[in-house]
Design a binder for this molecule. Structure first.
Ligand code: PEP
Length: 244
């Protein structure tokens, strides 16, 4: 399975960053054995895809409806119209800041698929949940509720992102990542059969050039979702190199 390395720019980036995005896009040609994508703020997508039409550029969320009275929201067909080919859905920052539920996220993933977008659906436990010994139960519950019944490996990936590891510089023990990714794989296979074997499971949370080789070598870690270390080509490249 080819590794999938995806940058999440969150609420960062203006037109002055288009050159940096172009430097990241150039990495995709340098490392053809890695699938690379970058998920940008909605305001930058059309300009980035216009100048880099062959590079996979995505959004960071979408609405579950095609159009209508939803002030401030962006629909899947709008992302497609801007040139996006994928979107992140259910990032923990949206689950907490925008109160997104598993049902919302599942509807968004279906809507994204209907519009022709690939999706990366995020799951992950808080530190309190891990400390209480509930990490597996929480993550597997999110997975069950957030994935549509017709999910296939062609258009869906899962990102396991422990909330307490995002942007903190902390990462889980290798054995905890292995345990969680194995449990996710098992649930994907039990629900989706052979498709569940192929759905890529990304790890996210403070992945960087120093820890990427270790994290990406763990069984069932099929790539990474990267925030801070995806903001420049210089910081992103070592992660891609580790995946290659
Ligand atoms: C993320 O935003 O999904 C993420 C993993 O961020 P960071 O790499 O900065 O922890």
């Amino acid at each position: 399975m080819q590794k999938y390395i995806v940058g999440n720019w969150k609420m960062n980036g203006t037109s002055s960053d288009l050159q940096e995005i172009s430097a990241i896009a150039a990495l995709a040609t340098q490392y053809p054995l890695v699938d690379i994508a970058i998920c940008l703020p909605a305001t930058l997508i059309a300009r980035a895809t216009a100048s880099m039409p062959d590079f996979a550029i995505g959004g960071q969320d979408c609405h579950h409806e095609v159009s209508g009275a939803h002030t401030g929201c962006v629909s899947p067909p709008m992302l497609v119209d801007a040139g996006a080919t994928l979107t992140i859905i259910g990032h923990s920052e949206r689950r907490s800041d925008q109160y997104e539920t598993n049902a919302n996220i599942c509807a968004k993933a279906s809507a994204a698929h209907a519009a022709g977008l690939k999706s990366i659906v995020c799951v992950g436990e808080t530190l309190a949940e891990r400390d209480a010994g509930q990490a597996l139960e929480i993550v597997l519950g999110q997975l069950e509720g957030s994935l549509p019944d017709d999910a296939t490996a062609d258009w869906l990936s899962v990102a396991y992102e422990p909330v307490w590891a995002i942007g903190t510089g902390r990462i889980p023990d290798e054995s905890d990542v292995a345990e969680m990714h194995f449990a996710i794989r098992k649930q994907l296979i039990s629900r989706f059969g052979s498709n569940g074997e192929m759905i890529r499971i990304l790890y996210g949370g403070s992945m960087n050039g120093e820890n990427a080789s270790m994290l990406l070598a763990i069984p069932n870690v099929d790539g990474g979702l990267i925030g801070g270390a995806s903001l420049t080509a210089v910081k992103f490249e070592p992660i891609i190199k580790a995946a290659a």
